[in-house]
Design a protein around this ligand. Structure first.
Ligand SMILES: Nc1nc2c(ncn2[C@@H]2O[C@H](COP(=O)(O)OP(=O)(O)OP(=O)(O)O)[C@@H](O)[C@H]2O)c(=O)[nH]1
Ligand SMILES: [Zn+2]
Length: 209
């Protein structure tokens, strides 16, 4: 049996947790979640699971909201270098959440994103927005790292870009090899951070590596 939003206050699925309003969930999407619930051994008809297909569907739309984002648009508004500042700009330790494309399990970590401006700088929050645009999709960490770096490289035309991501993969900690406490580190260096060892050492040291 499929459930649709009731108008009462107990309709948790109907709450706007993401601030994006309530989105309709097609029956076939709910049905897929019911099938999974049954297959895992539970009873989708019991009270606690009654609205779960709706909630899960909406949660996945939120986890994967990056598919509706064009991260490069966040870099379209730039500013002239302030006071002739032409040294590196680093946003360090940006928390993010993604999901691995193999198991759809959470990837939870932090990213550090640096660039060496050429003529213009971007609002610093935009670097985090680019990260979220790519992380809110099904990912592998290597591709996420490369996509963030490529986006900044192609749209800001800086002297260099450095992206380092450190993350824990729930598919390794909560299932499978079940090895908690392990993190994966990936990096993508472009331009001066790749070619010039002093720039590379500086950015890595500022990032804490
Ligand atoms: N390189 C890389 N591997 C990932 C990432 N996320 C998950 N994986 C790995 O993807 C692999 C998928 O391996 P498979 O053998 O196809 O799947 P599996 O049988 O579930 O593997 P186990 O996780 O070892 O149980 C696993 O080794 C995961 O640890 C990622 O972001 N990058
Ligand atoms: Zn995985």
């Amino acid at each position: 049996m499929l459930y649709h939003d009731a108008d009462d206050d107990n309709d948790l699925a109907g709450q706007d947790r993401a601030g994006q309003g309530k989105i309709p969930v097609p029956d076939h999407v709910q049905q897929a979640i019911i099938t999974l619930l049954k297959w895992t051994g539970d009873d989708p008809e019991r009270e606690g699971l009654r609205d779960t297909p709706l909630r899960v569907a909406r949660a996945w739309k939120e986890y994967c909201s990056g598919y509706e984002d064009d991260p490069s648009l966040h870099l379209s508004r730039t500013f002239e270098e302030v006071g002739g500042y032409d040294e590196l700009v680093l946003l360090k330790g940006i928390p993010f959440q993604s999901h691995c494309e193999h198991h759809m399990a959470p990837i939870i970590g932090k990213a550090s994103i640096a660039y060496m401006p050429r003529d213009r700088v971007v609002g610093i929050s935009k670097l985090a927005r680019v990260l979220h645009g790519y992380s809110r999709r099904l990912q592998v960490q290597e591709r996420l790292t490369a996509e963030v770096a490529a986006c900044i490289w192609e749209h800001l035309h800086p002297h260099g870009v450095a992206v380092v991501i450190e993350a824990s993969h729930s598919c390794m900690t909560a299932r499978g090899v079940r090895t908690p406490g392990v993190s994966m580190i990936t990096s993508r260096l472009l331009g001066c951070f790749l070619d010039d060892h002093r720039s590379r050492e500086e950015v890595m040291s500022l990032m804490g590596y």
